[in-house]
Design a protein around this ligand. Sequence first.
Ligand code: AMP
Ligand code: MN
Ligand code: MN
Length: 317
Amino acid sequence: MDINLAQINDLFKQANELVLTTHIHPDGDALGSLLALNGYLSLQGKKVTMLLDDDIPSTYRFLPGCDRIRRPSGRQTKPDLLVVLDASDVERIGGVYQEVKAPVLNIDHHVSNTRFADYLYLDDTAAATGEILCDLFVHVEAALSLDMASCLYTAIATDCGFFRYANTSAKTMRYGASLLEAGVKPNLISEQLETKPLSSIKTLTEVLKTLELHQENKIALITVTPEIAKDNDDLTEGLINYPRNIEGVELAIMLKAASPDTIRVSLRSRSIDVSRLALSFGGGGHARAAGCTIHGSLAAAKEKILSAAARMMVGKC
Ligand code: AMP
Ligand code: MN
Ligand code: MN
C-alpha cells in the first residue's frame, strides 16, 4: 500500500528494531541513503542493523558509518520493520529478503518500481532516494548531524550528476544548499569520489578501446570484458559517461561481464525511455538511466540488447 511521509514516521515510531538495506552493486544514493537513515533512527534510540548483500565499492568507503554495514549471515531474523532503500524490486536486495522476516517498507524513486513492499513510498520525481529522505527529515523536523548531511549530499549529488542531469529540480538544488548550510564541504566529497587509483585510469584506456557505434552512430557501446573486470570490478562506475557524451549518440550501453555468463548492462539515453528497455530484460531504473542483467555470453547479450534497442528506436530518433 502507498503511504505518505507521516505514515513512514508512524511506522518508525512503532518499530523498536529495524533492519535497513539497499540494492546490490550499491551506488552513492544507495549507500548515502542507507547511512543517513541509520543515523536518524539511531538518534531516535532504535536498534538498527544495516545489511547489504554485496561489497562496498572503494570509492564510497569514506562515507561515515560505512564500516557498520554488514553482509547477511544466513541466519533468519525477525525485526519489527525491514526498510528497503533505492531498490525497485526485491531481487535487487539479494539474500537480505530471505534472511529478514518483517513487514517491508520501500522508499524509492525508480519509475520501474514493482510494488513488492507492504508499505511503499515512491516518488519518481525525486532525483534520488536521498532527496526523499530530505523531505522526510524536513517533515519530522529532524536535526541533521554533519555525518548525515554528508551522506545525504553524496546520495543526491551522485544520482543527479552533481546537479547537471534532467532529474535535477529546484528542490534538489535547495536541498544541496541546505546540506551545505549543515556543514557539508562539496569539494571534499567530490575529491573523495573523483580520486581514483592509477589502475582505474588503465581500466579506462582498455575499456575505451572497445567502443563501437551502431544504428548510424546513434548507439554507442563499450564493453568491460572479463579480463578487464578481473580485479577492477568497482572501478568501472562512470565509464558509461564516455559513450553517453559523444555528439549525436542517443543511447549509450555498457556491457560488463560480472562472470563469463552474467552480463550487467548499463543504459543511458538522451531521448528514449531506457527504463522500459531495461524492464524488458527484467531490470529497471529511470527514463534516462537504467540497467539490467542478461544471462549468457557477452556476444549473445550484445546481440540481444542491440536488437531490442534498435526496435525501440525505430521512428523515435
Ligand atoms: P547503473 O547503470 O548501474 O548506474 O544503473 C542505472 C540505474 O538503473 C540505477 O537507478 C539503478 O538502480 C538501475 N538499475 C541498474 N541495474 C538494474 C537492475 N538489474 N534492476 C533494476 N534496476 C537497475
Ligand atoms: Mn541506486
Ligand atoms: Mn537512486
